[in-house]
Design a protein around this ligand. Structure first.
Ligand code: TYM
Length: 329
């Protein structure tokens, strides 16, 4: 049976982009595959969270995963830092990961540009840790958004390189996965670029309906179409893209037709979009608080997840250690 794995960095609440890129696709695969989903808390360390933030964010994300429908009876749900085998594989993979290929990664270059005072080695080797996450369970499919495509390409390179060097097909080559053909990129509400945690343009899964309405109503648009069948500007296209994800097709078509005939009123479109987002997220928001406050449940879920994840990871590491030539005396 093929293995599916995904994870999200625990740097704060999850937004609609995280849900559409990773969580939703994962949830739909749970019945038919061997599934692992984890909280990438080591990955969150590149930005130096305080100890309170570190732990608090893991709890939030854990509750959001569960509220979104990740079922610990079907999937192995765990916290990355509780599975030390990942770090051992990370160290070993680092020996065959080259500076040039890591420096060329788009996400690394972007971080260097945005935070020139914090170009740490963890940031550089971020894709190696990510490859270790994936390869330690020998995953085949990895539900992620468009921004992770290059990281998946590196994971495939590291897997191929390892198999070639040690002459055995230990690791499958993992594929980025989305139910549609293309990987998704959910745009932000600020007119350009993708929705992100730190961009200040996010719609969070557990945002209060009032907050969602306010954010959507103040989304960037333009002065309106001036001639029939015009191609929408980027900010307006972004609203349509989000609408495609949360509204029913008839609603989207209604506003597209209005756009094409220059009769659209963005205020009406935004009102509809806000209500559709509120409805779309309601089932997650309704379950979240109870799960977040249930210490015993969170304890049980993470304990079971840790045990199963370690068992799977340890089996891989026994082979990897043997191939490297580590032997007891
Ligand atoms: P992170 O935490 O930045 O994002 C988590 C997931 O959400 C997706 N995503 C989006 N998808 C569509 N539109 C958006 N606007 C959007 N923003 C974020 C991301 O593509 C990702 O799937 N490195 C990973 C976490 C990770 C991981 C792994 C993932 C660590 N190890 C192993 C898969 C497998 C990350 O930082 O994602």
């Amino acid at each position: 049976m093929e293995t599916v794995l995904s994870g999200i960095r625990s740097t704060g609440n999850l937004h609609l982009g995280n849900y559409m890129g990773a969580v939703r696709n994962f949830v739909r695969l749970q019945d038919d595959y061997r599934c692992f989903f984890f909280i990438a808390d080591y990955h969150s360390l590149t930005t130096h969270p305080t100890p309170e933030d570190l732990h608090g964010n893991v709890r939030k994300v854990l509750a959001e995963y569960l509220a979104s429908g990740i079922d610990p009876e079907k999937s192995v749900l765990y916290v990355q830092s509780e599975v030390p085998e990942v770090i051992e594989l990370y160290l070993l993979l680092n020996m065959n990961a080259y500076l040039g290929e890591l420096e060329r990664t788009v996400t690394f270059k972007e971080k260097v540009r945005k935070n020139p005072n914090n170009v740490n080695a963890g940031l550089l080797t971020y894709p190696v840790l990510m490859a270790a996450d994936i390869l330690v369970h020998r995953a085949n499919k990895v539900p992620v958004g468009k921004d992770q495509e290059q990281h998946l390409e590196l994971a495939r390179i590291f897997a191929r390189r390892f198999n070639h060097m040690y002459g055995e097909k230990v690791f499958p080559e993992p594929e980025a996965f989305n139910f549609g053909r293309e990987l998704v990129k959910v745009p932000g509400l600020d007119g350009t670029g993708k929705m992100g945690k730190s961009e200040g343009n996010g719609l969070f899964l557990v945002d209060d309906p009032k907050v969602i309405r306010k954010k959507v109503m103040s989304a960037v648009t333009d002065a309106g179409p001036t001639e029939p069948n015009q191609t929408p500007s980027e900010p307006v296209q972004n609203l349509f893209t989000i609408m495609d994800l949360v509204s029913d097709p008839g609603t989207v078509q209604f506003f597209r037709d209005q756009y094409s005939t220059c009769s659209i009123r963005y205020g009406d479109m935004k009102k509809q979009l806000a209500e559709d987002i509120v409805q779309f997220l309601a089932p997650i928001r309704e379950r979240y608080d109870e799960i977040y406050n249930d210490d015993a449940y969170l304890h049980r879920v993470t304990k079971e997840g840790r045990e199963k994840a370690r068992e799977s990871a340890a089996a891989t590491m026994r082979e990897v250690r043997r191939l490297f030539g580590f032997k007891p005396f």
